[in-house]
Design a binder for this molecule. Structure first.
Ligand code: ADP
Ligand code: GLC
Length: 486
């Protein structure tokens, strides 16, 4: 089974969030299930720098008005096809915005080019390469299923995975004429969305199957509160929508071998974490190790409930906790955390920006990770927390609710608790969860049990990779080879 994964981020080539982790880990996880996954990714500067060679497999004279080359290569264990089109992708900043934070005005074209190229690859654009399935991730790849649906000659099957319903890739209808789709594609059964064009909706409408990244989020988005205008579409095709829980790369994230840690440890040597805690305390300029150390590793946005944390954080400090925040995002939230730090120097530390190694150290050294999201399709940082003995304190929402078991009396008695789970959306509930966490932390024996249980829980891709492989088999009618030795 050959699958072309289409993603605008893939770790370790380019990452701004969890999409990259997922797109980066799935190919290796699918291998044992008889699925060969290649990834189509735009040639951003970071990608080109890592590509280092590769083979030009096709030149495209007119990719939405620019010249492009498709380069196939193997980088860091991933089989990739990179779209080298400097006029579209060779820019500073992150993949979506300029260095001063504005969306690139031609994003519609940059990601139409991604979807169009994927669809052409699905229809034999490169000789000898005929994927059975195009697997598109998020709005940036959302046009791929539309180009396939509206082409007359295509047999390739399509899967659209929604990682975040909030980002729709919405553009004005005036771009339609330049998208190279037939006129009837501008309609309910195609790319049209409230008079404009949504790339995410296009993918969700046109793909053979829609998946999202946790079973709970798959249910939530069928309701107006979380569907963000697409609940009707989802309900209309409910039998081809499924939630498949994300896993994590358990090799890249292994506390026993992680080079970003000051001290490696396992579920049986949890006491060794202390050296990492001291390192985090030092990095964030905190003033002592007594009391629980809470951390945040997150985009600083409303989705992530960071405004709620700002309201609850004085209480966290009063309870004897400390807080280390690594993140970047909305200016008012970054400012809010700076003010919080100014009120509580030594108790609160903030580092803005993106730092992969530090995010590992924080998981390996903090006592608990706070994730008060308002909505969360899956969430990966709670999974990293579980694996690193950093107890997740999460809102009861989306994938967070699917992956963390609250330490209530029944769960403690049944020996299944792995974290603290609270109702989403209010600072009061978050504060109560922090209070509960401090209480649990003070019961050293119980705390260690919760940590150890989390570390032993299965957060790998194993089960979910099998579900994707089954899905590809279902839509193609082909059998994915479940046993590589057969
Ligand atoms: P989302 O994709 O919505 O941002 P996820 O929890 O799925 O949320 O994934 C976020 C990913 O980005 C995780 O791998 C997390 O560790 C990482 N991350 C977020 N912010 C930072 C940061 N400032 N520095 C390093 N890693 C970060
Ligand atoms: C999105 C979601 C996050 C999810 C990630 C990977 O960015 O916000 O919840 O874990 O995609 O699927």
């Amino acid at each position: 089974m050959e699958v072309l994964s289409v993603a605008s981020e893939v770790y370790p080539l380019i990452k701004t969030g969890g999409l990259a982790d997922v797109a980066g880990a799935l190919p290796a996880a699918l291998g044992p299930h008889g699925v060969t996954m290649r990834t189509l990714v735009p040639g951003y500067p970071a990608v080109m720098a890592k590509l280092n060679g590769g083979r030009v497999v096709r030149e495209i004279g007119d990719l939405f008005g620019v010249h492009a080359k498709l380069i196939a290569g193997r980088v860091e264990g991933l089989d990739v096809i990179v779209i080298e089109a400097p006029a579209l992708y060779d820019r500073p900043g992150n993949p979506y915005v300029s260095p001063d934070g504005w969306d690139w005005p031609d994003n519609w074209k940059r990601f139409a080019a991604l979807g169009w190229t994927a669809a052409e690859l699905g229809q034999g654009m490169v000789e000898g390469y005929n994927p059975h399935v195009i697997h598109a991730h998020d709005w940036q790849a959302g046009l791929a299923p539309a180009y396939i649906k509206f082409s007359s000659s295509s047999h390739v099957k399509t899967v659209m995975t929604v990682h975040n319903m909030a980002f729709k890739g919405f553009f004005g209808s005036e771009i339609f004429n330049q998208l190279r789709l037939p006129p009837h594609a501008f309609g309910m059964g195609g790319v049209e969305f409230y008079g404009g064009i949504s790339y995410l909706k296009s993918g969700m409408e046109c793909a053979d199957y829609v998946t999202t990244v946790s079973p709970n989020y798959a249910d939530e988005i069928r309701t107006p509160a979380f569907g963000m205008g697409l609940e009707g579409l989802l309900n209309g095709r409910a039998d081809t929508v499924v939630g498949i829980l994300n896993g994590i790369d358990v090799e890249a994230w292994d506390p026993a071998t992680d080079k970003a840690l000051v001290q490696n440890f396992t579920a049986n040597t949890i006491h060794l974490r202390r050296a990492n805690k001291l390192a985090v305390i030092e990095k964030f300029g905190l003033d002592g190790e007594d009391g629980p150390l809470f951390c945040v590793v997150s985009r600083l946005t409303d989705q992530k409930g960071m405004d709620l944390l700002l309201q609850a954080a004085d209480g966290l400090v009063d309870l004897g906790g400390r807080l280390a925040v690594l993140g970047s995002g909305e200016a008012y939230l970054e400012d809010g955390f700076r003010h919080l730090w100014a009120r509580h120097p030594g108790k609160v530390g903030i580092i803005t920006g993106y730092n992969e190694a530090l995010s590992h150290l924080m998981q390996g050294g903090s006592d608990a990770i706070l994730i008060p999201s308002r909505f969360e399709p899956c969430g990966l940082t709670q999974l990293y927390g579980l694996r690193y003995g950093c107890v997740p304190v999460v809102s009861r929402i989306g994938g967070l609710a699917d992956t963390v078991i609250d330490a209530n009396p029944a769960a403690i008695a049944a020996e299944v608790a792995t974290g603290v789970v609270f109702d989403a959306g209010t600072a009061d509930a978050l504060y109560e969860a922090i209070r509960k966490t401090v209480r649990l932390y003070r019961d050293e024996k119980l705390w260690k049990k919760i940590q150890r249980r989390g570390m032993k829980s299965d957060v790998s891709w194993e089960a979910s990779a099998a579900r994707y492989a089954d899905l590809y088999a279902t839509i193609t009618g082909l059998k994915a080879n479940d046993d590589p030795d057969n």
